[in-house]
Structure formats: C-alpha cells, structure tokens
Design a protein around this ligand. Structure first.
Ligand code: TGC
Ligand code: FAD
Length: 405
C-alpha cells in the first residue's frame, strides 16, 4: 500500500512514547559501549518511526511496507550476517538488543525483522551457494527486498516433518507443488525460502521468487493479533523453480530447525521488550492515577504487581544475556533456546495482563500499549513452536525421552 507521508506526519504524536528501560540489576554493566550505542539507536528509531503510528496501523490492520526500507537503513535485518553480504557483522547480544527494542515497539514489527534476518537471510547465508549469497543477501539486508519463510502447512504445524509440499526433478528445473500457511510477510514478499520434500521424501530449502508462474501469496485476514504484520499463504501450483535456487548446503528437518534456533533466540529478547513496555507504562500510571485521595501506586496490591513484574523482567534479562553469550560461543542448545523463548513469552503475557489491570478501564484503550502487546503475544506464544512444544523439547532434554509422538 502506498504511504501518504503527509497524512502519516499529521498523525505523529512525538511525545507519547515516554519509555524508560528498567535495569534493576545493572545489567548494562554486562554490555559493551557498542551494545549500548546499538540499543540506543534502535530505541530512538522505534520512538520516531514506530510508536507514533503503531496504534493506527494495528487498529486498521495496516502493514506499513515503508518500514522495510527503514529497517534496512538502521541495520535491523541480519545483524549477525557478515558485512561482506550486507549484514551487520555483529554478535548475538547486539541481535538480541535489536529485537528487544523493536518488539518494545510492537511484536508485529519484530516479526518483520526477525523473519527477514533469522529465517530468510540466515538460511541463504548458512546453506546457500556463493552465487545465492551474493544475489539475495545484500538486497534483503538493505530492505530492497522482503523475504518470508515457508515451513508450516495447513495440516502440519507443530509436526513439520509431515509436510506434503514437494518438488520433482524435471531435468532442467524443479516442479514445486503444495501450500504453506500462516506465513509472516508472505503477501508482500519478493522471495520465499520454502521447505519441501524431494521424490525421496528428503526436506530441502528452495528460493522461490515472486513472479514465478503458479506461485501466489493470498493474505490472511481477520487476525486479532499482530495486526501491523502481514500474514498469508504460499501456494505452489506447478511452479518451475530453477535448479540454482535449491539451497545446497544442508537437507533434512535439521536445516529449518537451525533457522528456528536463531529466530527463537530473537523472540526471547523481543518478548521481554514488550514486557518492559507494559511494566514501564504501569509504573508511570500507578504514580499518576489518584483513587481514595492517593496514587494507586501507594496501595500494597499495586506494589506487589509492580515488584513481581520487575523481578520477572530482571530474571529474563539475565537468562537472555547468558544465552546470548552461549550463542556467540556456538554453545547454545535448542533446549536452552526453548527455555528462554518459553520463559520470556509467558513472562511477557503475564506482565501485559497485570499491567492492563493496573490501568483499570483505561488499560483496554489504545492510549496505552498493553492490550496490543497482549494480543500480539498470543501469536508469539504459538509461533516458532508453541508453548507446549517448547516444554516438550525441555522434557525430552531432561529425560532423554521425546514425548511428541
Ligand atoms: P526430530 O526427530 O526431533 O528431529 C528431526 C531431525 O531434525 C534434527 N533437528 C535439529 N537439527 C539442528 N538443530 C535443531 N534445533 C534441530 N531440531 C531437530 C534432528 O537431529 C533430526 O535430524 P536427523 O538427521 O536425525 O533426521 O523431529 P520431530 O519430527 O520429532 O519434531 C520435533 C519438534 C516437534 C520439536 C519440532 O519439529 C518442532 O520444533 N516443532 C515446532 C514447529 C515450529 O517451530 N514451527 C515454526 C514455523 S516458523 C514460524 O513460526 C515463524 S513465525 C516468525 C515470526 O513471525 O516472527
Ligand atoms: P498445531 O500444531 O495444530 O497445535 C495445536 C495445539 O496442539 C497446540 O496447543 C499445540 O501445542 C498442541 N500440540 C500439537 N502437537 C502436540 C504434541 N505432540 N503434544 C502436545 N501438544 C501438542 N510458520 C511458518 O512456517 N512461517 C511463518 O512465517 C509463520 N508465521 C506465523 C505468524 C503467525 C501470526 C502465526 C499465528 C503463525 C505463524 N507460523 C508461521 C505458524 C506457526 O509456527 C504455527 O502456528 C505453530 O508452529 C503451531 O502450529 P499449528 O498452528 O498448526 O498448531
């Protein structure tokens, strides 16, 4: 959709984002000056480019396509991808901080960024040929192109290994058939990284480009969640995919799962960004709102809520930071990432609900961010592996007995 810049400018409410970040355990001491600079620049970006508009975008279920180029300019796409391919060449703590700040603004905006970086650029970088890296990564990093990741199917969500999307070797090309569902960015994506089975039933990644005959991306409407992110299907009806579009580096379910490890890590940080926004709003409101001739923050029950929120945020911040260090060292396991994703999203959902209560009736309006975060987080608790699937990943790690089947 074309943006009417003047209309957007008129809607701008520069002073409405008063966010101050909680850092109760001086976790900033664990960050480098570069980390703090990166976080600061993304926080300023969110205050300027997302906060003034996000309420309207969500109320109108509008995906602001122009944000794609802006994310590219600020370095939010593929921060850990090497600079020679257009990425940031940064560490995983930087990546986490970027996701935290973007999701502090809105989970749908973080979805746009984390799909592009972890689920599109990462597989092309990790499993792609040198030609594929050079062709796609710089354009994805700069936001010239938008990408999406197709794993989930209508009948295979938690169980992606059952996928039926398939491709046949036709000699000079592959013929791709099937459908993917619930795909973030799909209606606007220029390229899709698609996971499909070959004739032997082995899963491979293919790069499918908009414009290929038989490829369509119908949009999913009526979402109550992630309303500023666009979601849709990927439909493949005898799509001729050039052979050079197969990702040669890895096959099997492990390939998409490695991408998910990176994206789930980003969500662990991102969801705590949403939690921090809800907590900060509740903290301020509790000092301003007077009932029984006193600020509601003077009542013990409100103080209990705020104290518990800050405790949970602090615990999650430390867990995320340690996980980031293990990611940098290449030591983080899937189960450790599951623990952090699961913990952060549950923490954020609980905090959004408690913060909403502190705002009383005002909490249900778009004047405050809690309801938007809460509704967004209902998707975040489901995608990239549901809350229960992550519990089972942990259960399998603890007992050595997978309980999925
Ligand atoms: P399982 O038997 O456990 O594994 C099959 C093969 O995959 C390998 N593998 C991994 N390899 C590397 N890294 C990982 N993290 C891996 N996880 C598994 C595994 O070693 C095995 O390899 P091999 O060589 O022995 O065959 O697989 P399973 O079929 O039992 O399934 C396990 C389960 C349920 C945990 C897994 O499939 C799962 O995580 N399901 C959840 C699905 C999911 O997360 N979907 C996400 C879709 S993308 C998305 O939601 C994007 S939203 C983005 C946004 O908008 O922000
Ligand atoms: P199901 O797998 O049908 O699960 C339904 C319920 O059953 C859940 O509670 C689940 O925990 C439970 N369940 C399933 N199996 C078990 C089991 N073995 N033991 C116990 N409980 C079980 N996918 C992509 O590929 N790319 C994307 O970009 C993408 N973006 C998304 C954006 C949004 C807004 C949403 C909502 C989803 C997105 N997804 C995407 C899909 C997402 O990953 C799936 O929704 C998720 O993996 C769950 O699959 P499902 O919805 O089919 O639920």
């Amino acid at each position: 959709m074309t943006t009417n810049t003047a209309k957007e400018e008129a809607k701008r409410k520069p002073s409405n984002d008063l966010f101050e970040s909680p850092d109760f355990y001086q976790i900033d001491d664990l960050l480098t000056e570069e980390h703090k600079l990166i976080r600061g620049s993304i926080r300023d970006f969110v205050k300027k480019e997302i906060s003034p508009y996000i309420e309207d975008w969500c109320q109108n279920a509008h995906f602001p396509y122009e944000i794609v180029k802006k994310f590219g300019d600020i370095g939010a796409f593929g921060p850990t991808i090497p600079q020679e391919y257009g990425g940031g060449g940064l560490d995983y703590i930087s990546y986490g901080l970027i996701m935290q700040e973007v999701e502090r603004g809105d989970s749908g905006m973080r979805s746009t960024a984390s799909v592009q970086g972890s689920l599109v650029m990462y597989p092309i970088y990790k499993f792609g040929s040198e030609e594929q890296r050079k062709k796609y990564l710089p354009k994805l990093a700069s936001g010239e192109w938008l990408g999406c990741f197709g794993l989930t199917e209508p009948d295979h969500g938690s169980n992606p290994s059952g996928m039926v999307t398939n491709f046949k070797d036709m000699g000079d090309h592959y013929l791709l058939n099937g459908a993917k569902m619930w795909i973030s960015n799909s209606p606007k994506a220029d390229v899709a990284v698609v996971w499909a089975k070959n004739e032997e039933g082995r899963i491979h990644g293919l790069i499918v480009e908009r414009g290929m005959e038989g490829f369509s991306t119908p949009e999913t409407h009526g979402k109550w969640s992630l309303r500023a992110s666009c979601t849709g299907e990927l439909v493949f009806d005898n799509v001729k995919v050039p052979k050079e579009n197969l990702l040669p580096g890895k096959s099997g379910l492990g390939a998409p799962m490695m991408c998910l490890d990176s994206a789930r890590y980003g969500i662990a940080w991102g969801a705590i960004g949403a939690a921090m926004d809800c907590y900060d709003s509740a903290r301020r409101y509790s000092k301003e709102r007077i009932q029984f001739d006193k600020p509601i923050g003077s009542f013990q029950l409100v103080q209990k809520k705020l104290s518990e929120m800050l405790t949970e945020i602090t615990k999650a911040q430390l867990l995320n930071w340690k996980l980031g260090k293990m990611m940098d060292e290449g030591k983080a396991t899937t189960a450790q990432i599951s623990m952090a994703k699961r913990n952060s999203v549950e923490t954020a959902l609980n905090i959004a609900r408690e913060a909403r209560q502190i705002h009383g009736g005002m909490g249900i309006t778009g004047e405050y961010p809690m309801m938007r975060h809460m509704m967004n987080l209902e998707s975040v608790v489901t995608y990239e592996g549901t809350h229960d699937i992550h519990l089972l990943i942990l259960g399998a790690e603890i007992t050595g007995i997978p309980a999925f089947k």
